[in-house]
Design a protein around this ligand. Structure first.
Ligand code: SF4
Length: 360
């Protein structure tokens, strides 16, 4: 089956099919496993906005740097330390004496706060549906254990509205398996009913190749092609019909993880969020509810509003929307490289610019 799928993707000669891999881990794994190299020139993979670090706005880094300047200990995943804010990164804050601590989970940060009661500790809560439950769990545990010097600076994002905003950028989404393991596939079915196509993909070589083959086959059929033969009637019949296939059924179930969803819903509510390079998307994120404000760093420290945009030369926004390839950015590989990233997409391993630089 795998060999057949590889052969199909190599020799595909139907209409041009554009597939957006929404997830940063997919982008990275597709490059790392050399999958792009086996694809026919008529299949184009576009990297989407699913790298949490890449979509974290400049203003969020500015907020975190502000807290560091006030003497607050910032706990964060390592990738965020080098992401540029408007006037420097958290690495610069650290060089200036700020306490910036790299953690592997929000619970690590909460434990650190518990052991250092003389410090105020803030965890930078970024990520998608996959990681939000663990952010919430850290708050729940802090409450249960009476840890009051711990809070979250949230920039948690949710995918459904981003899917809607970017739906015209491609023929088919490669939906992130781990996100849909949490939220289920109801949203994918809904999108398909509204003409937006996609397949949920896993992360092994086999899962990715098979999912891409399923995506191409269905997307070609939607354009009226079956086995290379065009039918105008079929094209008309499928014109506004989306499709959805769950190619990761061993992990992704239709109902997702109701327990994780319930936990998040208990503590958080939808919020309008800024996505770096894309702008404000309504209800595209989650923030702590008013009753948990003691754990919301924005409220707790009365953080002023930061509104600065990123470096004007950086085209992360176009990259994240699939409008250009990273190599089309004039700064790519010159002023911007992994040692000196100008934009967030070059910082994280999951970022499209970083993946292009490493593997292309
Ligand atoms: Fe931004 Fe650098 Fe990517 Fe250009 S190459 S879009 S400057 S991150």
């Amino acid at each position: 089956m795998l060999n057949e799928a590889i052969e199909y993707l190599k020799s595909y000669d139907g209409p041009q099919i554009n597939i957006m891999e929404v997830c940063g881990t997919h982008t990275h794994e597709i490059f790392r496993k050399g999958i792009r190299k086996i694809l026919s020139p008529k299949i184009k993979l576009i990297s989407g906005p699913g790298c949490p670090v890449c979509v974290t706005p400049v203003s969020f880094i500015d907020e975190a740097r502000y807290l560091a300047e006030q003497g607050v200990t910032i706990c964060t995943f390592g990738d965020l330390v080098r992401v540029p804010g408007s006037d420097g990164s958290l690495a610069d804050s650290r060089a200036a004496g700020g306490k910036i601590k790299v953690c592997y989970s929000p619970m690590d940060a909460m434990e650190y706060a518990k052991e250092h009661t003389d410090e105020e500790v803030v965890f930078l809560s970024v990520g998608f549906e996959t990681t939000t439950p663990s952010d919430v769990l850290s708050v729940k545990t802090a409450m249960d254990e009476g840890v009051s010097n711990f809070s979250l600076l949230t920039a948690n994002k949710t995918m459904p509205n981003a899917y809607l905003v970017l739906k015209d950028s491609m023929d088919c989404y490669l939906y992130p398996g781990h996100v849909h393991a949490i939220i289920g596939t109801g949203i994918c079915e809904e999108l398909a009913a509204n003409g937006v196509s996609g397949v949920v993909a896993g992360f092994t070589d086999k899962e990715l190749v098979l999912a891409i083959a399923v995506a191409v086959k269905n997307a070609a059929k939607r354009k009226g092609y079956v086995d290379g033969v065009y039918s105008e009637d079929l094209a008309k019949e499928n014109e506004n019909k989306g499709f959805f296939v769950n190619c990761y059924p061993r992990v992704v179930k239709a109902e997702g993880s109701p327990k994780a969803v319930k936990l998040v819903d208990e503590f958080m509510e939808p919020s309008d969020e800024i996505w770096r390079g894309i702008g404000l998307l309504e209800k595209s994120g989650m923030k702590l509810k008013e009753k948990y404000k003691a754990y919301d760093a924005r409220v707790k420290y009365n953080i002023p509003a930061f509104t600065a945009q990123g470096n004007k030369g950086c085209r992360c926004g176009d990259v994240l929307q699939g409008k250009i390839l990273p190599s089309d950015c004039p700064l790519f590989g010159k002023a911007c490289n992994p040692d000196h990233p100008v934009g967030a997409c070059m910082v994280s391993d999951e970022g499209a610019c970083s993946a292009f630089y490493m593997y292309n």
